[in-house]
Write a protein that binds this ligand. Structure first.
Ligand code: GAR
Length: 188
């Protein structure tokens, strides 16, 4: 039987789409039982909808504090009894309480070769620093931003003509391969 995974998004949802395509294959070890968006306008919600995947919006601004927001998230995730929680462009920093609740089950994809370029605007910073390579990393989520154990990484060559936009597209192509592949290997 396929294991449950929950995917957390905040925006476009292209990684979500690549995970959906992978989970649609008969031999893939998991299915997405729930998509949660921290933003009601996220395009990724439409992707979930189109693929008939249960989806909910949990926006922090609807709660009086972060603790209540996270406790709602925890409740919704725990109901699914997921084997993995996959952050896919989820732009919220999670607290220690949240992370401990799902110990070693939360993974994230980040558009840089961690530990380099944690945080935002990774492509712009990599180009400005004159890096020869960039890439993407799948890692476990810990309290410290973009710092958990690295599970998988893919390298992309930065060409002299690259802009943050073209580099982001090149890296994203690799993200769409590496993320489903990593989920598959963790759950097989
Ligand atoms: C992806 O490039 C992902 O690596 C990045 O946000 C984008 C989401 O795109 N995540 C982070 O920067 C997390 N620190 P998507 O919504 O199309 O999957």
């Amino acid at each position: 039987m396929k294991k449950n995974i929950v995917v957390l998004i905040s925006g476009r949802g292209s990684n979500l789409k690549s995970i959906i395509s992978a989970t649609n294959k008969e031999n893939f070890p998991a299915k997405i039982s729930l998509v949660i968006s921290s933003n009601k306008s996220a395009l990724g919600l439409k992707i979930a909808e189109k693929n008939h995947i249960k989806n909910v919006v949990v926006e922090q601004k609807e709660f009086s504090n972060k603790e209540l927001f996270e406790s709602d998230l925890i409740g919704k995730i725990a109901q699914q009894d997921p084997s993995l929680i996959c952050l896919a462009g989820f732009m919220q920093i999670l607290s220690k309480t949240f992370i401990n609740k799902f110990k070693d089950k939360i993974i994230n994809i980040h558009p840089s070769l961690l530990p380099d370029y944690k945080g935002l605007n990774t492509h712009e910073r990599a180009i400005k620093s004159g890096e020869k390579y960039s890439g993407c990393t799948v890692h476990y989520v810990t309290e410290e931003l973009d710092s958990g154990k690295i599970i998988a990484q893919e390298r992309v060559l930065i060409s002299p003509s690259d802009t943050p936009d073209t580099l982001s597209r090149k890296v994203l192509e690799r993200e769409h391969i590496i993320y489903p592949k990593t989920i598959e290997s963790l759950l097989s």
